[in-house]
Design a protein around this ligand. Structure first.
Ligand SMILES: Cc1cc2nc3c(=O)[nH]c(=O)nc-3n(C[C@H](O)[C@H](O)[C@H](O)COP(=O)(O)OP(=O)(O)OC[C@H]3O[C@@H](n4cnc5c(N)ncnc54)[C@H](O)[C@@H]3O)c2cc1C
Ligand SMILES: NC(=O)c1ccc[n+]([C@@H]2O[C@H](COP(=O)([O-])OP(=O)(O)OC[C@H]3O[C@@H](n4cnc5c(N)ncnc54)[C@H](OP(=O)(O)O)[C@@H]3O)[C@@H](O)[C@H]2O)c1
Ligand code: SF4
Ligand code: SF4
Length: 481
């Protein structure tokens, strides 16, 4: 028996550190770690110790011979990754644990945000410094996208929020919610009370397509839909209208798949998840029977990851139909196009109402030209054809939002930085605000380590100024606001 890694893997590499025989790859030191969709266990080397399963924050590691149903495929996926034999040990550059010189007084660090980037940053600061940490978030509940983004039918993934909550409850950490930096508290005020401020504010703005009709009622950014089904207090309970039989989603990343899956799932299967009550009620009354996913490029360039697509293929009661426009693509067995083998395929006339049953149409090589309707979405123009639809969702990625008083690169939508150091005294950035809206939860772990490493350099080199005010004054200021 060996262990295998399954769908919910978020690449945070907690398992790699505990494996006694180095059989989990790619490791953070290996070149393909930055691009891999998940990690894999070499079944020939695994000694079944179970340490990785204990370390995994999202329950992604299981004994391979206990996998059942759709998960059985992961036994083969793990093995296939090592098709050419075990990679053995790949030696990266040496790394030495860092800690601050003992003479340095405990730095006071503010972390803005409570999502994964903030969570990993606080863990890293707690492990290697005696810093006193203030964590602030605009939202009334902590968790960032783990709470208000990750789909409710991914409970194992949401579990990682418990790990971060453990760090936020540490005696050296104070969490202050409902505080918006650049809103009810300025960056200058925050900086004046801390040695360093680390921004982990994510990338919260949705991207627009710039097509006519995009702002009609019923045409929504993906961020609104995911916050709606996750019960964000910032989104009205009636924000998503499911009265039409067809929904069209632009983009085929994992967020688009999440939304399609929730719209097409049997609501009874969602009842035991943390889905918002209003969303569950709306899904029970939903008329949506077909979701069309528009990918502007071919299937080999689909933005979804393999594990998420495999889960979609297995969704009970839903037919997945493939409709590729434009040039047919080469059937490279390693390409994402190969994931579509065996699925019903061919041109679908979307001018007609959807057939009986539930269907996901993956249309490749298509972009919408306009959203049509008078008082709400009636149809979407796709390649010159009017496709009747009641809901139009643009799921084409996100971009950062400027925090007043903090440098911001409007072109790339991130806070400019070098290894997390922002060109403003004592200011740092981590997570999606640092790298752009790419990568799953685990990618923020190495990102946080890099930013904290840069902060160490600056503390050790005496580059951080003593704050003008102390912690008690900061608490008084917060209370006054
Ligand atoms: C819909 C969706 C689903 C996803 N699902 C998965 C998944 O299943 N698995 C996976 O591995 N990855 C998933 N991801 C990716 C993952 O969520 C990101 O990698 C991760 O959340 C980025 O972390 P972050 O901390 O940089 O940003 P966020 O999680 O967005 O956190 C930013 C925090 O900053 C706060 N904030 C923003 N501005 C301010 C301000 N001015 N003042 C105070 N607070 C502020 C926000 O309220 C928020 O709490 C998903 C992403 C999306 C969009
Ligand atoms: N593991 C999980 O379960 C999970 C769940 C959700 C999110 N995430 C992660 O979170 C990150 C963000 O996900 P995401 O889905 O928001 O973004 P994404 O993966 O970047 O996908 C964006 C999609 O939008 C398309 N697009 C962009 N601009 C467009 C335009 N102008 N017109 C038409 N299509 C356009 C892209 O097509 P092109 O490819 O052609 O640019 C792509 O299909 C990803 O790293 C994702 O893996 C993970
Ligand atoms: S079960 Fe033990 S040996 Fe096998 S991958 Fe996990 S940690 Fe490594
Ligand atoms: S989520 Fe992290 S700990 Fe779990 S299998 Fe993936 S990389 Fe390993």
């Amino acid at each position: 028996m060996a262990y295998a890694i399954t769908q919910t893997c978020c690449n945070d590499a907690s398992c790699v550190a505990v494996c006694p025989v180095n059989c989990i790859h790619p490791t953070p030191d290996e070149p393909d770690f930055g691009t891999t969709e998940m990690l894999y266990i070499d079944p020939e080397t695994c000694i079944d110790c179970g340490a990785c399963a204990d370390a995994c924050p999202v329950d992604a590691v299981r004994p391979a011979d206990l996998l059942s149903g759709p998960e059985q495929v992961y036994s083969e996926l793990n093995r296939a990754h090592f098709g050419g034999g075990s990679p053995g040990t790949v030696w990266g550059a040496p790394r030495f644990p860092r800690s601050l010189p003992s003479a340095a007084s405990a730095p006071r660090v503010a972390v803005v945000g409570t999502g994964p980037a903030a969570g990993y940053t606080v863990q890293s600061l707690l492990r290697s410094t005696d810093a006193e940490i203030t964590v602030l978030d605009r939202a009334p509940l902590a968790g960032g996208l783990v709470r208000f983004g990750v789909a409710p039918d991914h409970p194992a993934t949401k579990q990682i929020g418990d790990t971060f909550a453990g760090a936020f409850r540490h005696p050296r950490v104070r969490v202050r919610l409902g505080v918006e930096i650049g809103g009810n508290l300025s960056h200058a005020e925050l900086a004046a009370h801390h040695h360093a401020v680390i921004y982990a504010v994510g990338a919260e703005a949705s991207r627009d397509l710039g097509i006519p009709g995009e702002s009609l009622p019923g045409s929504l950014p993906a961020t609104t839909v995911v916050r709606w089904y996750n019960g964000s207090p910032e989104v009205p309970v009636d924000a998503v209208d499911l009265a039409g039989e067809r929904a069209v989603i632009v983009g085929n990343g994992n967020v688009a798949l999440d939304i399609a899956r929730i719209l097409l799932s049997d609501p009874d299967g969602l009842a035991d998840t943390p889905i918002a009550g209003h969303a569950l009620a709306a899904l029970r009354a939903s008329k949506v029977r077909e979701v069309v996913l528009l990918g502007r490029r071919g299937p080999e360039h689909a933005a979804y990851t393999r594990p998420e697509f495999l889960a979609m293929r297995e969704l009970r009661g839903v037919t997945v139909h493939v409709d590729v426009r434009g040039e047919p693509t080469a059937a490279d067995p390693d390409s994402k196009a190969a994931l579509l083998h065996g699925l019903p395929s061919g041109p679908v006339d979307l001018g007609f109402p959807p057939p009986e049953g539930k269907r996901l149409v993956l249309r490749f090589g298509s972009t919408p030209g306009a959203v049509l309707g008078e008082h709400g979405v009636r149809a979407v123009r796709v390649d010159g054809e009017d496709v009747p639809a009641g809901l139009f969702v643009r799921s084409i990625g996100c971009r950062g939002v400027a925090v007043p008083g903090v440098p911001f690169d409007a072109a790339s939508g991130v806070i400019p930085n070098e290894r997390g150091r922002v060109p403003a005294p004592g200011t740092y950035v981590v997570g999606w605000a640092k790298r752009g809206a790419h990568g799953g939860i685990g990618a923020n772990r190495a990102c946080a380590a890099e930013t904290v490493d840069t902060l160490f350099d600056d503390i050790a080199a005496g580059r951080l100024a003593e704050p003008a005010h102390g912690p008690k004054e900061f608490e008084r200021l917060l209370r006054a606001r």
